[in-house]
Design a protein around this ligand. Structure first.
Ligand code: AP5
Ligand code: MG
Length: 214
């Protein structure tokens, strides 16, 4: 099962992708998490990515496409995967389609988590992220069991550097101009499925299970 998560920053792609990965036994591959792990480790890729991410801009396609194509070629991804945050531009989608076509494969579902911009700023300011395992919480909508601590791995939770309101607004602009065109791209490919992401996290997930099957 090969799945892509589409949706604005803060729509809940990561939250739902983690649940999909658990239920269907496929890896959750988030380019944002990969970049944040590289920033934390101080790698060359991390240094380059940080300068774009802090401004709310996209990391250039040439730093992103090969990384993902390599990741989905790993043994644990042969049964499928859920891609979160990739592709985000038409050239990235084309690179992914081309890499899959070489192996006679295609994306089965592109799930678009639909949330209007007006809900996003509130979600982002309350988000807390675990930079160790990639888990995401919300102070109000999805709090951790112990304050400031990840339920899965116990690491400290942080407010992401790019979750300041002015950076979130820039990310929304970038989303509308560069990523939203992917909705038509995957509609044309027959893979697009929309879910209303404004409802409770469990209700959104039930909709997704309805699409993917029990
Ligand atoms: P990335 O990490 O992918 O960030 P994003 O797309 O901006 O999305 P977010 O992770 O902010 O939101 P999300 O949809 O995962 O929502 P979440 O589940 O956390 O990318 C960051 C940066 O990396 C980019 O700006 C770019 O610079 C770079 N980058 C990454 N991939 C790239 C690529 N392919 N090409 C180029 N550059 C790339 O939920 C948000 C909050 O809401 C949480 O607190 C959550 O608990 C809460 N929440 C979730 N669902 C609900 C609900 N139903 N009701 C109430 N609250 C909810
Ligand atoms: Mg995310």
């Amino acid at each position: 099962m090969k799945i892509i998560m589409l949706g604005a920053p803060g729509a809940g792609k990561g939250t739902q992708a983690k649940r999909i990965a658990e239920k269907y036994g496929v890896p959750h591959i988030s380019t944002g998490d990969i970049f944040r792990a590289n920033i934390k480790e101080g790698t060359e890729l991390g240094k380059k990515a940080k300068s774009y991410m802090d401004q709310g801009l996209l990391v250039p396609d040439e730093l992103t496409c090969d990384l993902v194509v390599d990741r989905i070629s790993q043994p644990d991804a042969q049964k499928g995967y859920v891609l979160d945050g990739f592709p985000r531009t038409i050239p990235q989608a084309e690179a992914l389609t081309a890499a899959l076509e070489k192996r006679g494969e295609k994306i089965d579902y592109a799930i678009d988590v639909e949330v209007p911009d007006s809900n996003i700023i509130d979600r982002m300011s309350g988000r807390r992220a675990c930079l160790s395992c990639g888990a995401t919480y919300h102070l109000k909508y999805n709090p951790p069991k112990a304050e400031g601590q990840c339920d899965n791995c116990g690491a400290s939770l942080v407010l992401r550097d790019d979750d300041k309101p002015e950076t979130v607004r820039k990310r929304l602009d970038v989303y509308h101009s560069q990523t939203q065109p992917l909705i038509d791209y995957y509609k044309a490919a027959g893979a697009l499925r929309g879910v209303d992401g404004t409802r409770d996290i469990d209700v959104v997930f039930q909709d997704i299970v309805g699409i993917l099957g029990e």
